[in-house]
Design a protein around this ligand. Structure first.
Ligand SMILES: *Cc1c(COP(=O)(O)O)cnc(C)c1O
Length: 224
């Protein structure tokens, strides 16, 4: 199967409410262009310098989604052009992004990354940390980031019942935060969950953005 036909297959099967983010980390600009020519416009990367380099080489109408852990000193590489940051994993990072965005005059759409997996190593807010952060309220004063929803990664496991439960937890948390803090505000609407191995379950559980790498581009030669 070619990259183009993989994109077309996804577009046929995805529900209209869900958006396909083609995760192009470690993929060549040539592979990205194959997806682009098949109509794909949303791409996801997890390293700031790699994303910035690709942005410079590729068409201007690509929307770049940052999906990896973002170090403070790397914010500057992506801030001028990034369409959405899915991986806001601490209050400090949110403040840093806001400060940098204020200098450029941009308002950056962001998702808060929630730790739903049982694995220790994943970044993100624990559900109770998120509740506390929202209650505490300092995010309201950050005029250059717009909180548009939540993102999470399920455990890397064959146990699909566990994966489903983790996605359900994230969806419940999303609904809770939306009704508590964004009731009159349509901007809080995105639930970024689901990758190659679990996107079908994620869609059944209410995902609005699936981040797909391997199923579109084939396996990556390096990285995770
Ligand atoms: C790499 C990555 C993906 C895509 O993974 P695949 O299994 O190749 O679809 C999705 N989300 C994040 C955060 C990633 O780092």
């Amino acid at each position: 199967m070619s990259i183009a036909s993989n994109i077309q297959e996804f577009n046929k099967t995805l529900p209209p409410a869900a958006k396909l983010i083609a995760v192009s980390k470690f993929q060549s600009t040539n592979s990205i262009m194959q997806a682009y020519e098949a109509g794909q416009r949303h791409f996801g990367e997890n390293r700031a310098q790699e994303m910035s380099a690709k942005h410079k080489l590729l068409p201007r109408d690509i929307e770049w989604h940052f999906i990896g852990h973002l170090q403070r000193n790397k914010i500057k590489y992506i801030l001028p052009f990034v369409s959405m940051i899915h991986s806001l994993d601490s209050p400090a990072l949110l403040e840093e992004i806001n400060k940098a965005a204020a200098k450029t005059g941009r308002i950056i759409p962001c998702l808060l990354q929630i730790h739903i997996a049982r694995e220790e190593s994943k970044f993100g807010f624990a559900p109770d940390e998120l509740r506390q952060f929202m209650r505490e309220g300092s995010w309201r004063a950050l005029g250059h980031v717009q909180l548009q929803g939540l993102m999470g990664m399920a455990s890397f496991t064959e146990n699909m019942e566990q994966v489903r439960q983790e996605f359900q937890l994230l969806k419940q948390l999303f609904d809770e935060i939306r009704s508590s803090y964004f009731n009159q505000d349509e901007s809080f609407r995105e639930l970024s969950m689901g990758m190659t191995g679990d996107y079908q379950i994620a869609l059944q559980e209410g995902s609005t953005m699936v981040r797909i790498g391997t199923a579109l581009f084939g396996s990556r030669k390096t990285g995770q």
